[in-house]
Write a protein that binds this ligand. Sequence first.
Ligand code: ACO
Length: 326
Amino acid sequence: MAYNVGVIGVGSYLPDKVLTNFDLEKMVDTSDGWIRERTGISERKIAADDQATSDLAVSAAKKAILDASIKPEDIDLIIVATVTPDMYFPSIACLVQKRLNAVNAAAFDISAACSGFIYALEIAWQHIKTGYCKYALVIGADALSKITDWDDRSTCILFGDGAGAFVLGRVSEGGILSAKMGSDGRGAEYLTCPATFFGKEELAKRNGKNKATIWMSGQEVFKFAVKIMPYAFEKALEDAGISIDQVDWFIPHQANLRIIEASARKFGLPMDKFIVTLQKFGNTSASSIPIALDEGIQTGKVKKGNILAMAAFGAGLTWSSAVIKL
Ligand code: ACO
Protein backbone atom coordinates (compact mmCIF):
# COMPACT_ATOMS: atom_id res chain seq x y z
CA MET A 1 0.00 0.00 0.00
CA ALA A 2 1.28 3.47 -0.88
CA TYR A 3 0.42 6.27 1.50
CA ASN A 4 -0.31 9.89 0.52
CA VAL A 5 2.39 12.06 2.06
CA GLY A 6 1.76 15.70 2.91
CA VAL A 7 3.44 18.70 4.47
CA ILE A 8 1.82 18.84 7.91
CA GLY A 9 4.11 21.46 9.45
CA VAL A 10 6.29 24.32 8.19
CA GLY A 11 8.81 26.52 10.01
CA SER A 12 11.74 28.76 9.24
CA TYR A 13 14.40 30.75 11.01
CA LEU A 14 16.58 33.65 9.93
CA PRO A 15 19.35 35.16 12.04
CA ASP A 16 18.96 38.70 13.43
CA LYS A 17 22.01 40.35 11.86
CA VAL A 18 21.24 42.22 8.63
CA LEU A 19 23.98 42.86 6.06
CA THR A 20 22.86 45.43 3.50
CA ASN A 21 24.28 46.21 0.07
CA PHE A 22 25.50 49.49 1.59
CA ASP A 23 27.46 47.51 4.21
CA LEU A 24 29.02 45.50 1.37
CA GLU A 25 30.01 48.73 -0.41
CA LYS A 26 32.36 49.31 2.54
CA MET A 27 33.85 45.82 2.29
CA VAL A 28 34.46 45.28 -1.46
CA ASP A 29 34.42 47.30 -4.69
CA THR A 30 30.69 47.07 -5.41
CA SER A 31 27.53 49.19 -5.27
CA ASP A 32 23.95 48.83 -4.12
CA GLY A 33 22.86 49.65 -7.69
CA TRP A 34 25.00 46.90 -9.28
CA ILE A 35 23.85 44.25 -6.81
CA ARG A 36 20.14 45.11 -7.13
CA GLU A 37 20.27 45.36 -10.91
CA ARG A 38 22.23 42.10 -11.45
CA THR A 39 20.66 39.98 -8.67
CA GLY A 40 17.58 41.67 -7.13
CA ILE A 41 19.12 41.37 -3.66
CA SER A 42 19.06 44.34 -1.23
CA GLU A 43 20.05 42.70 2.03
CA ARG A 44 20.67 39.32 3.65
CA LYS A 45 20.75 37.82 7.16
CA ILE A 46 24.04 36.61 8.61
CA ALA A 47 24.52 34.14 11.48
CA ALA A 48 26.33 35.42 14.57
CA ASP A 49 29.87 34.15 15.18
CA ASP A 50 28.61 31.90 17.96
CA GLN A 51 25.64 30.65 15.92
CA ALA A 52 26.16 27.36 14.06
CA THR A 53 24.15 25.90 11.17
CA SER A 54 22.69 23.41 13.66
CA ASP A 55 21.34 26.32 15.74
CA LEU A 56 19.49 27.67 12.70
CA ALA A 57 18.21 24.16 11.91
CA VAL A 58 16.92 23.54 15.45
CA SER A 59 15.04 26.88 15.52
CA ALA A 60 13.30 26.15 12.19
CA ALA A 61 12.56 22.54 13.21
CA LYS A 62 10.91 23.56 16.51
CA LYS A 63 8.50 25.83 14.64
CA ALA A 64 7.64 23.12 12.09
CA ILE A 65 7.01 20.54 14.84
CA LEU A 66 4.76 22.97 16.71
CA ASP A 67 2.89 23.68 13.47
CA ALA A 68 2.43 19.94 12.87
CA SER A 69 1.12 19.38 16.43
CA ILE A 70 3.25 16.28 16.93
CA LYS A 71 5.82 15.37 19.57
CA PRO A 72 9.54 15.04 18.77
CA GLU A 73 9.32 11.35 19.81
CA ASP A 74 6.83 10.77 16.96
CA ILE A 75 9.48 11.59 14.34
CA ASP A 76 11.14 8.53 12.87
CA LEU A 77 13.32 10.19 10.23
CA ILE A 78 15.37 13.41 10.25
CA ILE A 79 17.13 14.52 7.07
CA VAL A 80 19.08 17.75 6.90
CA ALA A 81 20.17 19.20 3.56
CA THR A 82 23.28 21.29 4.11
CA VAL A 83 26.71 22.13 2.69
CA THR A 84 27.81 23.98 5.83
CA PRO A 85 27.73 21.35 8.59
CA ASP A 86 29.08 22.41 12.00
CA MET A 87 31.51 19.46 11.80
CA TYR A 88 32.44 16.73 9.31
CA PHE A 89 30.75 14.46 11.81
CA PRO A 90 28.42 14.03 13.54
CA SER A 91 25.79 15.13 11.04
CA ILE A 92 23.65 18.18 11.72
CA ALA A 93 20.67 15.79 11.69
CA CYS A 94 22.12 13.99 14.75
CA LEU A 95 22.78 17.32 16.51
CA VAL A 96 19.18 18.36 15.80
CA GLN A 97 17.94 14.99 17.05
CA LYS A 98 19.82 15.48 20.32
CA ARG A 99 18.56 19.03 20.87
CA LEU A 100 14.93 18.07 20.07
CA ASN A 101 15.08 14.80 21.99
CA ALA A 102 13.67 13.06 18.93
CA VAL A 103 14.86 9.74 20.30
CA ASN A 104 13.06 7.47 17.84
CA ALA A 105 14.47 8.90 14.61
CA ALA A 106 17.15 7.79 12.17
CA ALA A 107 19.10 10.92 11.27
CA PHE A 108 21.47 11.87 8.47
CA ASP A 109 22.56 14.80 6.27
CA ILE A 110 22.59 15.02 2.51
CA SER A 111 24.76 17.23 0.29
CA ALA A 112 23.22 18.65 -2.88
CA ALA A 113 23.88 22.35 -2.25
CA CYS A 114 20.95 24.63 -3.13
CA SER A 115 18.98 21.68 -4.58
CA GLY A 116 19.37 19.76 -1.32
CA PHE A 117 16.05 20.53 0.34
CA ILE A 118 13.99 18.89 -2.40
CA TYR A 119 16.45 15.98 -2.53
CA ALA A 120 15.77 15.46 1.20
CA LEU A 121 12.03 15.88 0.63
CA GLU A 122 12.09 13.23 -2.11
CA ILE A 123 13.97 10.73 0.11
CA ALA A 124 11.60 11.30 3.05
CA TRP A 125 8.59 11.06 0.73
CA GLN A 126 9.69 7.59 -0.43
CA HIS A 127 10.17 6.40 3.15
CA ILE A 128 6.71 7.50 4.27
CA LYS A 129 4.95 6.46 1.06
CA THR A 130 6.13 2.88 1.51
CA GLY A 131 5.15 2.75 5.18
CA TYR A 132 8.76 2.51 6.38
CA CYS A 133 8.37 5.76 8.34
CA LYS A 134 5.42 7.73 9.65
CA TYR A 135 6.71 11.24 10.38
CA ALA A 136 9.80 12.82 8.85
CA LEU A 137 11.46 16.09 9.71
CA VAL A 138 13.10 17.55 6.59
CA ILE A 139 15.36 20.57 7.09
CA GLY A 140 17.31 22.82 4.73
CA ALA A 141 19.92 24.72 6.72
CA ASP A 142 22.97 26.64 5.60
CA ALA A 143 25.27 29.33 6.90
CA LEU A 144 27.20 30.09 3.71
CA SER A 145 28.62 33.19 5.43
CA LYS A 146 30.99 30.80 7.22
CA ILE A 147 32.56 29.65 3.90
CA THR A 148 32.29 32.93 1.97
CA ASP A 149 35.40 34.67 0.69
CA TRP A 150 34.58 38.17 1.93
CA ASP A 151 37.19 39.63 -0.45
CA ASP A 152 35.49 38.13 -3.53
CA ARG A 153 32.86 40.61 -4.76
CA SER A 154 31.50 38.16 -7.32
CA THR A 155 30.23 35.77 -4.62
CA CYS A 156 30.07 37.58 -1.26
CA ILE A 157 27.13 39.73 -2.37
CA LEU A 158 24.91 36.74 -3.16
CA PHE A 159 24.49 34.67 -0.05
CA GLY A 160 22.65 34.79 3.24
CA ASP A 161 22.11 32.36 6.15
CA GLY A 162 18.93 30.63 7.26
CA ALA A 163 16.98 27.42 7.82
CA GLY A 164 13.59 26.06 6.86
CA ALA A 165 11.83 22.85 7.85
CA PHE A 166 8.86 20.67 6.88
CA VAL A 167 7.26 17.92 8.89
CA LEU A 168 5.95 15.27 6.53
CA GLY A 169 3.28 12.75 7.47
CA ARG A 170 0.44 10.67 6.05
CA VAL A 171 -2.52 12.63 4.67
CA SER A 172 -5.88 11.48 3.30
CA GLU A 173 -5.58 13.36 0.01
CA GLY A 174 -3.22 15.63 -1.94
CA GLY A 175 0.23 16.12 -0.43
CA ILE A 176 3.37 15.51 -2.48
CA LEU A 177 2.26 14.80 -6.05
CA SER A 178 5.74 14.47 -7.54
CA ALA A 179 9.40 15.07 -6.76
CA LYS A 180 12.36 14.95 -9.14
CA MET A 181 16.13 15.03 -8.66
CA GLY A 182 18.87 15.39 -11.24
CA SER A 183 22.52 16.28 -11.57
CA ASP A 184 25.18 16.97 -14.14
CA GLY A 185 28.63 16.39 -12.66
CA ARG A 186 30.24 17.77 -15.82
CA GLY A 187 29.62 21.17 -14.22
CA ALA A 188 31.17 20.21 -10.86
CA GLU A 189 34.12 22.61 -11.33
CA TYR A 190 31.90 25.69 -11.72
CA LEU A 191 30.93 26.05 -8.05
CA THR A 192 33.31 24.68 -5.44
CA CYS A 193 34.43 24.85 -1.83
CA PRO A 194 37.27 22.45 -0.91
CA ALA A 195 37.06 20.42 2.28
CA THR A 196 39.94 17.99 2.83
CA PHE A 197 41.79 18.25 -0.46
CA PHE A 198 43.13 21.13 -2.54
CA GLY A 199 43.93 19.85 -6.01
CA LYS A 200 45.89 21.97 -8.49
CA GLU A 201 42.71 23.34 -10.09
CA GLU A 202 41.24 24.53 -6.80
CA LEU A 203 44.53 26.15 -5.79
CA ALA A 204 44.73 27.91 -9.17
CA LYS A 205 41.21 29.32 -8.74
CA ARG A 206 42.35 30.78 -5.43
CA ASN A 207 45.69 32.18 -6.63
CA GLY A 208 47.59 29.35 -4.96
CA LYS A 209 45.99 29.87 -1.56
CA ASN A 210 44.30 26.93 0.17
CA LYS A 211 41.29 28.93 1.30
CA ALA A 212 38.29 26.71 2.13
CA THR A 213 35.87 29.23 0.67
CA ILE A 214 33.31 29.40 -2.15
CA TRP A 215 34.56 29.87 -5.70
CA MET A 216 32.09 30.24 -8.55
CA SER A 217 32.00 30.77 -12.28
CA GLY A 218 28.86 32.93 -12.08
CA GLN A 219 28.16 32.94 -15.79
CA GLU A 220 28.37 29.14 -16.15
CA VAL A 221 26.06 28.63 -13.18
CA PHE A 222 23.71 31.30 -14.57
CA LYS A 223 23.55 29.55 -17.97
CA PHE A 224 22.76 26.22 -16.29
CA ALA A 225 20.14 27.84 -14.05
CA VAL A 226 18.10 29.57 -16.75
CA LYS A 227 17.97 26.32 -18.71
CA ILE A 228 17.32 23.90 -15.86
CA MET A 229 14.73 25.82 -13.78
CA PRO A 230 11.94 25.73 -16.40
CA TYR A 231 12.89 22.12 -17.24
CA ALA A 232 12.72 21.14 -13.55
CA PHE A 233 9.30 22.77 -13.12
CA GLU A 234 8.03 21.09 -16.30
CA LYS A 235 9.30 17.62 -15.29
CA ALA A 236 7.66 17.74 -11.86
CA LEU A 237 4.39 19.10 -13.28
CA GLU A 238 4.33 16.40 -15.97
CA ASP A 239 4.84 13.66 -13.36
CA ALA A 240 2.12 15.13 -11.16
CA GLY A 241 -0.33 15.46 -14.07
CA ILE A 242 -0.75 19.16 -13.26
CA SER A 243 -0.81 21.94 -15.88
CA ILE A 244 0.90 25.32 -15.49
CA ASP A 245 -2.52 27.01 -15.13
CA GLN A 246 -3.45 24.79 -12.17
CA VAL A 247 -0.45 25.96 -10.12
CA ASP A 248 -1.33 28.54 -7.46
CA TRP A 249 2.26 29.40 -6.56
CA PHE A 250 5.67 28.79 -8.07
CA ILE A 251 8.35 28.61 -5.38
CA PRO A 252 11.78 28.78 -7.04
CA HIS A 253 15.20 28.61 -5.43
CA GLN A 254 16.07 32.20 -4.51
CA ALA A 255 19.40 32.78 -6.26
CA ASN A 256 18.93 35.66 -8.65
CA LEU A 257 15.81 37.59 -9.71
CA ARG A 258 16.88 37.40 -13.36
CA ILE A 259 16.87 33.59 -13.20
CA ILE A 260 13.32 33.60 -11.77
CA GLU A 261 12.20 36.15 -14.39
CA ALA A 262 13.56 33.86 -17.13
CA SER A 263 11.28 31.03 -15.90
CA ALA A 264 8.30 33.41 -15.74
CA ARG A 265 8.98 34.54 -19.33
CA LYS A 266 9.35 30.96 -20.55
CA PHE A 267 5.92 30.05 -19.14
CA GLY A 268 4.30 33.38 -20.09
CA LEU A 269 3.47 33.99 -16.42
CA PRO A 270 3.41 37.24 -14.46
CA MET A 271 6.03 37.54 -11.71
CA ASP A 272 3.27 37.68 -9.07
CA LYS A 273 2.77 33.91 -9.50
CA PHE A 274 6.24 33.45 -7.96
CA ILE A 275 7.11 33.74 -4.28
CA VAL A 276 10.24 35.90 -4.12
CA THR A 277 12.17 36.52 -0.89
CA LEU A 278 15.69 37.10 -2.20
CA GLN A 279 15.46 40.91 -1.85
CA LYS A 280 15.59 40.49 1.96
CA PHE A 281 17.38 37.17 2.46
CA GLY A 282 19.70 36.66 -0.57
CA ASN A 283 20.50 33.11 -1.62
CA THR A 284 20.18 30.99 1.54
CA SER A 285 21.19 27.78 -0.27
CA ALA A 286 19.31 24.63 0.88
CA SER A 287 16.95 26.66 3.06
CA SER A 288 15.65 29.04 0.42
CA ILE A 289 12.59 27.03 -0.68
CA PRO A 290 11.16 26.17 2.77
CA ILE A 291 11.85 29.76 3.91
CA ALA A 292 9.98 31.07 0.85
CA LEU A 293 7.03 28.75 1.49
CA ASP A 294 6.88 29.79 5.15
CA GLU A 295 7.02 33.45 4.14
CA GLY A 296 4.19 32.79 1.64
CA ILE A 297 2.07 31.21 4.39
CA GLN A 298 2.88 33.89 7.00
CA THR A 299 1.99 36.71 4.59
CA GLY A 300 -1.35 35.03 3.77
CA LYS A 301 -0.52 34.37 0.11
CA VAL A 302 -0.23 30.59 0.27
CA LYS A 303 -3.28 28.78 1.63
CA LYS A 304 -4.28 25.23 2.50
CA GLY A 305 -5.29 23.35 -0.65
CA ASN A 306 -3.03 25.43 -2.92
CA ILE A 307 -0.98 23.67 -5.57
CA LEU A 308 2.70 24.57 -5.31
CA ALA A 309 5.47 23.97 -7.84
CA MET A 310 9.03 24.16 -6.50
CA ALA A 311 12.33 24.02 -8.39
CA ALA A 312 15.97 24.44 -7.41
CA PHE A 313 19.48 24.23 -8.84
CA GLY A 314 22.89 24.36 -7.25
CA ALA A 315 26.48 23.21 -7.00
CA GLY A 316 27.16 19.78 -8.43
CA LEU A 317 25.63 20.90 -10.70
CA THR A 318 22.34 19.63 -9.30
CA TRP A 319 18.64 20.34 -9.76
CA SER A 320 15.42 19.25 -8.11
CA SER A 321 11.70 19.97 -8.27
CA ALA A 322 8.43 19.02 -6.64
CA VAL A 323 4.68 19.60 -6.90
CA ILE A 324 2.70 19.65 -3.67
CA LYS A 325 -0.98 20.12 -2.88
CA LEU A 326 -0.77 21.77 0.52
N1 ACO B 1 30.01 44.59 -7.95
C1 ACO B 1 30.41 45.25 -9.05
N2 ACO B 1 30.89 44.62 -10.14
C2 ACO B 1 30.97 43.29 -10.10
C3 ACO B 1 30.57 42.53 -8.98
C4 ACO B 1 30.07 43.24 -7.87
N3 ACO B 1 29.65 42.62 -6.75
N4 ACO B 1 30.74 41.22 -9.24
C5 ACO B 1 31.25 41.14 -10.48
N5 ACO B 1 31.39 42.38 -11.01
C6 ACO B 1 31.89 42.76 -12.32
C7 ACO B 1 32.75 41.72 -12.96
O1 ACO B 1 34.08 41.81 -12.52
C8 ACO B 1 32.61 42.06 -14.43
O2 ACO B 1 33.47 43.12 -14.73
P1 ACO B 1 34.24 43.16 -16.13
O3 ACO B 1 33.15 43.22 -17.17
O4 ACO B 1 35.05 44.40 -16.01
O5 ACO B 1 35.04 41.90 -16.19
C9 ACO B 1 31.18 42.58 -14.53
O6 ACO B 1 30.78 42.93 -13.19
C10 ACO B 1 30.19 41.57 -15.07
O7 ACO B 1 30.39 40.33 -14.40
P2 ACO B 1 29.53 39.07 -14.71
O8 ACO B 1 30.06 37.89 -13.96
O9 ACO B 1 29.37 38.93 -16.21
O10 ACO B 1 28.11 39.52 -14.13
P3 ACO B 1 26.75 38.77 -14.25
O11 ACO B 1 25.77 39.66 -14.88
O12 ACO B 1 26.91 37.38 -14.80
O13 ACO B 1 26.33 38.64 -12.74
C11 ACO B 1 26.24 36.97 -11.01
C12 ACO B 1 27.13 37.88 -11.83
C13 ACO B 1 25.27 37.82 -10.24
C14 ACO B 1 27.12 36.18 -10.05
C15 ACO B 1 25.48 36.01 -11.96
O14 ACO B 1 26.37 35.42 -12.87
C16 ACO B 1 24.74 34.93 -11.25
O15 ACO B 1 23.79 35.18 -10.53
N6 ACO B 1 25.12 33.65 -11.47
C17 ACO B 1 24.43 32.55 -10.87
C18 ACO B 1 24.94 32.33 -9.49
C19 ACO B 1 24.05 31.40 -8.72
O16 ACO B 1 22.84 31.45 -8.86
N7 ACO B 1 24.58 30.52 -7.88
C20 ACO B 1 23.65 29.66 -7.20
C21 ACO B 1 24.15 28.44 -6.81
S1 ACO B 1 24.69 28.62 -5.17
C22 ACO B 1 24.92 27.10 -4.44
O17 ACO B 1 24.58 26.03 -4.94
C23 ACO B 1 25.65 27.11 -3.11
